[in-house]
Ligand binder design. Structure first.
Ligand code: PLP
Length: 407
């Protein structure tokens, strides 16, 4: 069987029968990655009727028509092929132009990496920076994907506190104490999912300075930069002196384009070069048609963005006017489209709260412990990405639940 030399080790995975005891165990890394607590509630809610669903962080609007038209036109022109791992030159230029204007400093296209949603940009950056065992500082409460992204790269996520007493802003002293020689990346999220907090300029500046002092990369997730209700969004890149800031953003939230899977990172060219290399084995490139749509989103009329911001602001006000007087809204969200609701008065955990609210009040919310085990346990996250009526009705049900379970 000499002719099979070198081939005998090629195993057809489909030849393995499922469930057989001879099948080798699956990846312990994959098994250990935490499941999203939000998915559990969504799955249960989908089996029930008349549920007010305030659990999902997905815009309730359709993608604006001119963006959809641009995608059709691109497909018609034959823009249906692979693109560069870094995104098309036109999209990279459009993103560079947008931030040159927004930041008041020249951003060149070689500082831009287009990605299959912001999630893909985050993991590409982490892969490009960390060695196994390196530590990544992540906010608590914070978006759970940071934890799983660190896990995929065999890095260790270390949570730093953003406490109610500090208005959910990062506790800089506590954060600094968590830095070790293994710490390589500090992740921040501004405006924040799940708290809706928008960082003041002093906080952003202090975070960049801290990253510089300890020679860390600062991965600043600014996915909700266009959705600010009070104050202004301050980009971390504004204070970057030596190319250590990585800005993550995208089209999902700003332009209601979650399903198009298009995001990007802006960083120093050397880092972009390496992170783009990571794209080949992951997705090769974002979808060509989505990239064409992204150009139309950036270069086209922006009144659709303002209209959506106004709608979220209106819902934020509806939720605030109901929950604040009831003592359940510790911090009024200033941006993004979320609010953390404080139900510690019930003595229940985030998961039990979400399950109880779903069962008793038919309102679906994200369990707080999905976002962290310290600050957000005993809370639930409400998403404003639903209709005005649903937000109002959901808040009334939450208040009733709190009154029925208050200890
Ligand atoms: N960052 C934050 C804080 C998010 O909440 C999300 C999505 O929910 C993302 C990044 C990623 O968005 P996408 O991959 O759709 O661009």
């Amino acid at each position: 069987m000499r002719e099979l030399d070198g081939y005998d080790r090629m195993v057809d995975p489909h030849a393995v029968t499922s469930g057989g005891s001879h099948v080798k165990p699956l990846s312990s890394l994959a098994e250990a990655l935490p499941r999203s607590g939000i998915r559990e509630i969504m799955a249960l809610a989908s089996q029930m009727e008349n549920v007010v669903n305030l659990s999902v962080g997905e815009p309730s609007f359709n993608t604006p028509a001119h963006i959809i038209d641009a995608a059709f036109e691109a497909a018609g022109r034959g823009e249906t092929k692979y693109t560069s791992n870094y995104g098309t030159p036109k999209l990279r230029q459009a993103i560079a132009d947008k931030y040159t204007e927004a930041w008041g400093t020249t951003v060149t296209p070689d500082r831009v990496l287009a990605s299959t949603g912001g999630v893909n940009a985050i993991i590409a950056m982490i892969y490009a920076i960390v060695e196994p065992g390196d530590e990544i500082l992540v906010p608590d409460p914070g978006w759970p994907n940071y934890i799983s992204a660190a896990g995929l790269a065999h890095a260790t996520p270390v949570r730093y506190p953003c406490q109610i007493e500090d208005g959910f802003l990062p506790d800089l002293d506590a954060l600094e104490k968590l830095i070790t020689p293994k710490t390589k990346i500090l992740i921040t999220c501004n405006p924040s999912n799940p708290t809706g907090v928008v960082f003041p300029a002093e906080t952003v500046e202090a975070l960049v300075k801290l990253a510089k002092k300890h020679d860390l990369y600062l991965l600043s997730d600014e996915m909700y930069e266009a959705l600010v209700f009070d104050g202004v969004h301050i980009p971390a890149a504004k204070y970057d002196e030596d190319g250590r800031v990585i800005t993550i953003s995208g089209f999902s939230k700003t332009f209601a384009m979650t399903g198009w899977r298009l995001g990007y990172a802006i960083a120093n060219p050397e880092l972009i070069l390496l992170a783009g290399k990571m794209m080949e084995p992951m997705t090769s490139c974002p979808t060509a048609i989505s990239q064409a749509a992204g150009i139309a989103a950036i270069k086209g009329p922006q009144d659709c963005v303002e209209a959506m911001r106004q709608a979220y602001l209106n819902r934020r006000n509806i939720a605030r006017d109901l929950l604040w007087p009831a003592g359940l809204l510790p911090v009024v969200p200033e941006g993004a489209f979320y609010a953390l609701i404080d139900l510690r008065c019930t003595g229940m955990s985030g998961r039990d709260l979400a399950l109880g609210l779903l069962k008793e009040e038919k309102v679906a919310l994200a369990p707080g412990d999905t976002f962290g085990h310290v600050t957000a346990n005993g809370m639930v996250r409400l998403s404003l990405a639903s209709s005005d009526e649903d937000v109002a009705e959901g808040c009334r049900r939450i208040i009733r639940f709190a009154n029925n379970h208050r200890q």
